[in-house]
Design a protein around this ligand. Sequence first.
Ligand SMILES: Nc1nc2c(ncn2[C@@H]2O[C@H](COP(=O)(O)OP(=O)(O)OP(=O)(O)O)[C@@H](O)[C@H]2O)c(=O)[nH]1
Ligand SMILES: [Mg+2]
Length: 313
Amino acid sequence: MSIERKDVCILIPTLNEVKTIESLIRDFREMGFSEIFVIDGKSTDGTADVARRAGARVEIQVGKGKGAAIIEAFSMIKEPYILMLDGDGTYAAADADTMLGPLEHGADHVIGERLSGYEKGALTRLNRFGNHVINVLFKWAHGRYLEDILSGYRAFTQESLSRLNLKESGFEIETEIAAEAVRNDLRIVVVPVSYCQRPGTPTKLHPLRDGYKIIKTIYRLAKVGNPLFYFGLVGLSLTLLGIILGIYVVYDWLHNIERIPMTVLTGLLIMSGLIITMFGFLGDIFLAYHRETNAELRKLQIQLDKLEGQKKN
Ligand SMILES: Nc1nc2c(ncn2[C@@H]2O[C@H](COP(=O)(O)OP(=O)(O)OP(=O)(O)O)[C@@H](O)[C@H]2O)c(=O)[nH]1
Ligand SMILES: [Mg+2]
């Protein structure tokens, strides 16, 4: 099966990207893509008009932030395949087939990995370090190393999108997509893409502020994606604190100094730490059941779709 261009929606979120949006849309049109959808965050530099003139469908987002824009846009797309990328000229239309290829072969979600083939100067040392830390933290919290979870170049099938529960309004959206894709057992494929320098336009991303928000999101999403990690981290930290305090209490007791309040605190810390860790184990069991039930429901859905298809023919 090969994906036809008309079945692909090229989704581009923009906020003041007038310098790059026209050529990006032109590149996709020249490649034969006709459905180009720009979701604009109320740009003040005329991005929306330029995009419309270049032949894209343009909608102005209602909410605020890149995440909010994408979530709004997803609900307006009817095509069976979605290829999403930033409008700042950092990703290339030329990589479209590389991104869509795995979907033809059964993948549900494709991530364009930038870190192995970026143009000189496109990623600062801080960017690369931050990305590496975030990818490793994601692996600890969600169990998969996805090479470049913050990439803005993504491909989806409409069916796989409907399985993701997305809520993040800001730059945490890519993290949420990755976490939801892992939690819902999507077949994820990572392909290398080129990554160019921004052509002098200002970034909307604040590396430290947004980096911190992204790390918080990785941890918060582990509550449903990997409860053993989420509760275990807090539980084991409390238990460890209790044990350290306990060693101190025992040490003093051996020297005939009794520390009653500290002994009580030690007990409380160890007990509460173990109870919280137990929540993690229980959550993990629930998650395993949930995954099994979901897999069964999906099988049923596929069978139903097949039956409906047979009835129609
Ligand atoms: N619709 C919409 N688009 C946004 C918003 N914020 C950013 N964008 C777009 O989302 C894409 C990514 O934003 P960037 O500022 O490039 O963020 P980034 O790629 O993570 O950061 P850089 O590495 O500095 O480029 C760009 O096309 C922006 O124009 C927003 O609030 N609404
Ligand atoms: Mg960018």
